[in-house]
Design a protein around this ligand. Structure first.
Ligand code: NAD
Length: 255
């Protein structure tokens, strides 16, 4: 018996093939939610779905690039058709930049990072909202970042994209409060997932990533610790939490 109120709810999780999204999908399913998993990575999304189904849960997968409107529409349509609604949307998929300062950020890096990290959540939230409004309830969640709260955690493109995500959260909360919709985000500190490996392999390499991680209090977070915060924000226990951006970083942002 769970107390989250998530049993039977329809939950979309993006970036569910790995890292925080995968951990979130598993935890929502554990709470009894029916989950829709979206990712570019078909094999990874399939593995997450299989693990949920083997544990007796319900999962569907939609594979594709979430910055593509057609993929977004297919995800919402398949979720609503199969589960009868869309109660919780977790905008989690994201990519890192090369930790480049603005002067070294080329158009391709800028446009790709903004498109995946900011435009894709905009497109998906816009597509999901009518279903939430019709039901009179909905929880929209985002995986922002420390880089959405301050300037020194990543490069120009990633930092701008995550500050944009924080703006979306706050504007959504203000515009839709009173209509049963809540919007919140987590702001993870450095967390042990594939994105960290990508960052370490990027333009500034392991040295900068190591410096950032060294600035945290001792260790990387785990995907499960981030996922637990997402589940809490989606749950009935957080029914009065709206427009919040929750740092999950062992105090890094408090320093
Ligand atoms: P990850 O690389 O393990 O997972 C990201 C997932 O998103 C991958 O499965 C990837 O295939 C998917 N994805 C990327 N682009 C996509 C697209 N266009 N369409 C569909 N799927 C796409 O990394 P993670 O750390 O789990 O990242 C999840 C979120 O957490 C991201 O938004 C990231 O910015 C954020 N975040 C991570 C950290 C960290 O240290 N790991 C810190 C702060 C914020």
């Amino acid at each position: 018996m769970t107390t989250t109120g998530l049993a039977g709810r329809s939950v979309v999780v993006t970036g569910a093939a790995s890292g925080i999204g995968r951990a979130a999908a598993l935890q929502f399913a554990h709470e009894g939610a029916k989950v829709a998993l979206a990712d570019l990575d078909a094999a990874g999304a399939g593995h997450t779905a299989q693990e949920i189904q083997q544990a007796g849960g319900e999962a569907l997968t939609v594979v594709g690039d979430l910055s593509d409107q057609q993929v977004v529409d297919a995800l919402v349509e398949q979720t609503v058709t199969r589960y009868g609604g869309l109660d919780v949307l977790v905008n989690n998929a994201g990519i890192m930049d090369r930790m480049s300062a603005l002067g070294e950020t080329d158009d391709t890096e800028w446009e790709r990072v903004l498109r995946v990290n900011l435009t894709a959540p905009f497109l998906l939230t816009r597509a999901a909202l009518p279903h939430m409004l019709a039901a009179g309830r909905g929880s929209v969640l985002f995986t922002a970042s420390e880089a959405g709260l301050r300037g020194g955690a990543a490069g120009a493109a990633y930092t701008a994209s995550k500050h944009g995500v924080v703006g979306l959260v706050k504007n959504l909360a203000v515009m839709y409060r009173g209509q049963g919709i809540r919007a919140n985000a987590i702001a993870p500190g450095p967390t042990a997932t594939g994105i960290q490996v990508d960052a370490a392999a990027g333009a500034h390499g392991p040295a900068l990533v190591g410096k950032l991680i060294g600035a945290t209090i001792g260790r990387l977070g785990t995907a499960e610790e981030q996922a637990a915060a997402l589940v809490h924000l989606a749950s009935d226990a957080a029914s009065f939490v709206n427009g919040a951006v929750l740092p999950v970083d062992d105090g890094w942002s408090a320093v």
